[in-house]
Design a protein around this ligand. Structure first.
Ligand SMILES: *[C@@H]1O[C@H](CO)[C@@H](O)[C@H](O)[C@H]1NC(C)=O
Ligand SMILES: *[C@@H]1O[C@H](CO)[C@@H](O)[C@H](O)[C@H]1NC(C)=O
Ligand SMILES: *[C@@H]1O[C@H](CO)[C@@H](O)[C@H](O)[C@H]1NC(C)=O
Ligand SMILES: *[C@@H]1O[C@H](CO)[C@@H](O)[C@H](O)[C@H]1NC(C)=O
Ligand SMILES: CC(=O)N[C@H]1CO[C@H](CO)[C@@H](O)[C@@H]1O
Length: 677
């Protein structure tokens, strides 16, 4: 057991004693902020321990600042009761503005604040800051569809609503529901990880500088629109995870959580411990009872009110260590993970969160964004772990970028690739990915752009001959994704658009780019254009997922790598009774290659990255059957002689039947067999 698990036990007992139950404590959004009673009276409650006085002001009282004081209660709590109007309707109407006026000193210094529990905030075009808008619709959206079954093999589509259209403007929850959900379904992803949902005043923060934890971002529509999005995803059998940011908060005061009661502590640590030196944001005090109330209730809010199916916890590395990972590189020594530099309060918070979520919602999925490789992060709390289901394999995308940036094709190191894809803690599940939103951001480049760069503007048409650059790019794009998918983890993640090789980078409107939306969009129009090769990459990604559905390698035991040959540049492995063979050699083609097989029997090609519909060269005869022979090879008793059985002596292109010599790269000879019993 880790020392902190004893602490967890005590904390929960204390909470239950004081609050009645874990359930009511973690549903404090039913007691704080604004609550409408059965008789339409409104009850306002806040926690502002440093305040001298609190007043409610807004459209409802003509912005009179002192007519509606809160009453001071124990432990820094404040309450205000507003009886219904004479016509029995609530004193504050739906969609009207409010502020809390916080008096912070005896001298009467006044601050206008948004309730930390605000369910909706928005901004007028001519305003710099967000307003708290009372959200209490007459006809709230009612979910119709049940949570989907928890997927065995998690295949995640990482998505941001605002950039989910080709138009150079902010797309809406509605656009996402009608235009993007059907694509995700078709592609075979069974899970969406929604970014930037928690309200963030600064769009270019990509949602990672949260200002209002209980508000769904109003940029993309209303709370009801988001509920409809999630309900529609559920109707398609798609699980929806929230990218939740509890590692830090925006330092905004006027529309954020910072200095809510006028002090620099309240929700955060006072002084330098409360500030993240690199992000310029505020760090929560996880040891505070009221902060636990706030954050745990926040998790339940998104589960109960919006019916998310789980969370991807952002910035876990920053939480785990007092040094926040700044200037620290992790090489795997245990001294890096245990010692006084580890923030036990944050660890206990993560343990309580996971304990609560998995107890109340047995199908809930939690994923940790941790780059440090903290041991036990994804083990059960009863074992002394921190209770996450998965961690992100953050080293893998970095490796692919390094390979494409620094290695010549003939120097690709098969052993190193296999090592990176299989280097994970035994018994702790991993979500693997070739690239995520991080690699798409301005300053970096997506894999497709690293591979094909400028030629993507001119040479992606199927109507012109494949150029060597596009050829290499298409083949490697598919092979990198498939080997990552099959070898790298227990789940797979793709960032929206990258499945079809989205060109260019992502850059949100900001001062430095003249507030431009030119790169804050995803060009789905490219994949919709029949004669462009994006379609071929899309087809491969879809069929990769569908093939996984059939064989389930992600939920099977880790792969057994049988070949990682530096001279031939061939990697072969088997997982879930499927044999994968990759030829990464820039020029060698093998018409015959022996690979070990897990079981005797007949093998057939089930997915071939070289197939014509995926922009390949169609060199393999998909009808060929291969029989495993009792020939011992690479520690297995059975093996097959894989024959290329080339149908065409030369390259042949999809549309033009252009012939080019064999001097071109033959990447993409990628066999993938499975038993055909
Ligand atoms: C996006 O949705 C808005 C309404 O939410 C609609 O006006 C607009 O036409 C949609 N755009 C696209 C590209 O479908
Ligand atoms: C590929 O693009 C380059 C410019 O980037 C152009 O010069 C060349 O003609 C294109 N190749 C084909 C086959 O169209
Ligand atoms: C931004 O716009 C201004 C005025 O239109 C122009 O002078 C400047 O060069 C632009 N900057 C960039 C980075 O495009
Ligand atoms: C074959 O098995 C032996 C003994 O179990 C082991 O030492 C060796 O690494 C294995 N070789 C391969 C290629 O897996
Ligand atoms: C296993 C599986 O579902 N394979 C499918 C892959 O995609 C192709 C094309 O859509 C289908 O024909 C296969 O059945």
């Amino acid at each position: 057991l880790k020392p902190s698990s004893g602490f967890l036990f005590v904390t929960v007992i204390k909470l239950v004693e004081a609050e009645g139950s874990m359930d009511s404590f973690t549903k404090s959004y039913c007691n704080y902020g604004v609550q409408r009673q059965a008789n339409n009276a409104l009850l306002f409650r806040e926690w502002a321990p440093g305040a001298q006085a609190l007043y409610l002001t807004g459209d409802f009282n003509g912005w009179n600042t002192k007519s509606h004081p809160y009453a001071k209660k124990e432990y820094g709590k404040w309450e205000l009761y507003l009886p219904p109007k004479t016509d029995k309707s609530p004193a504050v109407e739906h969609e009207t503005k409010l502020k809390v006026l916080v008096v912070v000193t005896a001298q009467g210094e006044e601050l206008f604040r948004i309730s930390p529990w605000a369910k909706y905030v928005n901004k007028r075009l001519d305003s710099n800051t967000y307003d708290w808008v009372h959200w209490d619709p007459l006809q709230p959206f009612l979910h119709e569809h049940a949570h989907p079954k928890r997927p065995r093999s998690l295949k995640i589509y990482e998505a941001h609503v605002g950039i989910a259209s080709p138009e150079a403007k902010i797309a809406t929850y509605e656009n996402f529901t009608t235009d993007v959900l059907p694509r995700i379904k078709d592609l075979g992803y069974n899970c969406i990880q929604l970014m930037a949902v928690m309200e963030h005043a600064y769009y270019a923060s990509f949602g990672y500088q949260v200002t209002n934890f209980f508000a769904a971002s109003s940029r993309f529509g209303t709370p009801e629109d988001l509920k409809r999005l999630i309900d529609t995803a559920h109707s398609l059998g798609i699980t929806v995870l929230l990218d939740v940011v509890h590692s830090h908060a925006s330092s905004n005061t006027a529309d954020g959580l910072n200095q809510f009661d006028g002090t620099d502590s309240c929700f955060f640590h006072a002084g330098s411990r409360g500030q993240h030196a690199q992000w310029g944001s505020c760090l929560f005090n996880y040891n505070s009872w009221e902060v636990l109330r706030f954050l745990l209730s926040n998790l339940r809010w998104w589960m109960e009110e919006y019916r998310f199916d789980g969370f991807r916890f952002d910035g876990v590395t920053s939480m785990l260590y007092h040094h926040h990972g700044i200037g620290v590189s992790f090489c795997g020594s245990y001294s890096e993970y245990f010692g006084m530099h580890v923030d036990e309060e944050a660890i206990v918070y993560l343990m309580i969160s996971n304990h609560m979520l998995h107890t109340l919602y047995p199908n809930c999925i939690t994923i940790a964004e941790d780059v440090s490789g903290m041991p036990g992060l994804c083990r059960l709390i009863t074992e002394g772990g921190m209770g996450f289901d998965y961690r992100l394999a953050m080293a893998v995308p970095d490796k692919w970028i390094q390979i494409l940036k620094e290695w010549k094709d003939e120097h690709w190191d098969m052993g190193n690739i296999v090592y990176t894809l299989t280097n994970r803690r035994q018994g702790e599940a991993v979500i693997c990915y070739a690239e995520s939103h991080d690699q798409a951001l301005v300053g970096d480049k997506s894999l497709a752009f690293w591979l094909m760069d400028k030629e993507m503007y001119t040479n992606m048409s199927c109507l012109i001959p494949l150029t060597p650059v596009i050829d290499r790019g298409l083949q490697l794009h598919k092979m990198i994704r498939l080997i990552t998918h099959a070898l790298g983890g227990e789940g797979y993640l793709n960032f929206m658009g990258n499945e079809f090789g989205h060109p260019e980078w992502l850059d949100f409107p900001r001062k430095g780019n003249n507030e431009s939306y030119a790169y804050a969009r995803r060009q789905y129009n490219l994949v919709d254009t029949e004669h462009l090769r994006y379609r071929q990459l899309y087809n491969f990604d879809r069929d990769m997922n569908r093939t996984e559905d059939k064989y389930g390698w992600l939920s099977a035991a880790p792969a057994v790598v049988t070949t990682a040959d530096e001279r031939d540049k061939v990697i072969a492995f088997d997982r879930a009774n499927v044999v994968f063979v990759f030829n990464f050699h820039p020029s060698n083609s093998y018409t015959s290659y022996r690979v070990a097989t897990p079981t005797p029997g007949k093998y057939k090609i089930k997915l071939d990255s070289d197939a014509l519909q995926y922009g390949g060269h169609g060199r393999l005869d998909l009808d060929t059957e291969f029989f495993a022979e009792p020939v011992a090879f690479k520690n297995k008793t059975q093996s097959i002689e894989v024959r290329g059985n080339l149908k065409y002596p030369f390259y042949t292109d999809l549309k033009s039947h252009h012939h080019s010599g064999l001097e071109l790269s033959v990447k993409g000879l990628n066999w993938h067999f499975s038993p055909a019993f």
